[in-house]
Ligand binder design. Structure first.
Ligand SMILES: Cc1cc2nc3c(=O)[nH]c(=O)nc-3n(C[C@H](O)[C@H](O)[C@H](O)COP(=O)(O)O)c2cc1C
Length: 186
């Protein structure tokens, strides 16, 4: 297959869209985040790569944050939280909130799946800080479960592509992880 060079500003496809929450100056604040990944198995840890944003101050101050998985219905509100900074506009009233065990990890009622996280490490990179958090608890609406497990078709999350800056719905199931490769032959 012929290849052309794309340059080095490349991304993975797709990226999950999330809202990261923290309490900044006493107020809940949320930002849109596509650079997020599970990074440790036991204990479960998740990492978010944040540029220099208002949210960062709250995570540094309290050592707690939330990762919220929105559904397609929330797309405009998510984009708003990615366009507007809490430095200039109070975003504390955008969503109805709830809390779990952590007092400074505000979670969004309307998001099908939410996680409260305790900060484990903040790794400073040239432009971004990678906040690594241990997932203390996760919350899900019962209607999003099938056989006790989160069901992506019910969750209806959406994804991000860069650098074309588009949102996408999730498509069809195409295989079984730890299964489809069993009858692979070379
Ligand atoms: C689709 C989308 C994805 C984004 N992903 C990230 C991200 O992964 N990391 C980041 O630092 N900022 C990301 N942003 C930018 C922040 O969400 C944005 O700057 C936000 O206004 C910061 O809010 P705050 O200043 O209230 O913390 C994203 C924005 C959008 C619209």
């Amino acid at each position: 297959m012929d290849k052309v060079k794309l340059g080095h500003n490349a991304f993975t496809y797709p990226m999950p869209m999330t809202l990261v929450g923290a309490v900044v100056d006493g107020k809940p604040n949320f930002m849109a985040v596509g650079w997020v990944s599970r990074v440790n198995a036991r204990p479960p840890m998740i990492a978010v790569a944040l540029g220099s944003h208002h949210t960062n101050a709250g995570i540094h101050e309290h050592g707690e944050f939330s990762v919220n998985i929105p559904d397609i219905e929330l797309l405009k509100a998510v984009d708003y939280c990615g366009l507007v900074s809490g430095k200039r506009q109070d975003k504390s009233g955008v969503f109805e909130l709830f809390y779990g065990d952590l007092a400074h990890a505000p979670m969004i009622q309307a998001c099908p799946l939410t996680m409260e996280c305790r900060l484990v490490q903040a790794v400073q990179l040239p432009t971004n800080t990678v906040f690594i958090g241990e997932i203390v608890e996760a919350f899900i609406g019962e209607q999003y479960l099938t056989d006790g497990k989160p069901d992506i078709q019910k969750l209806r999350p959406f994804t991000l592509t860069m650098p074309d800056n588009r949102y996408w719905a999730v498509g069809d199931q195409v295989g079984r992880a730890w299964g489809s490769g069993r009858d692979f032959t070379t």
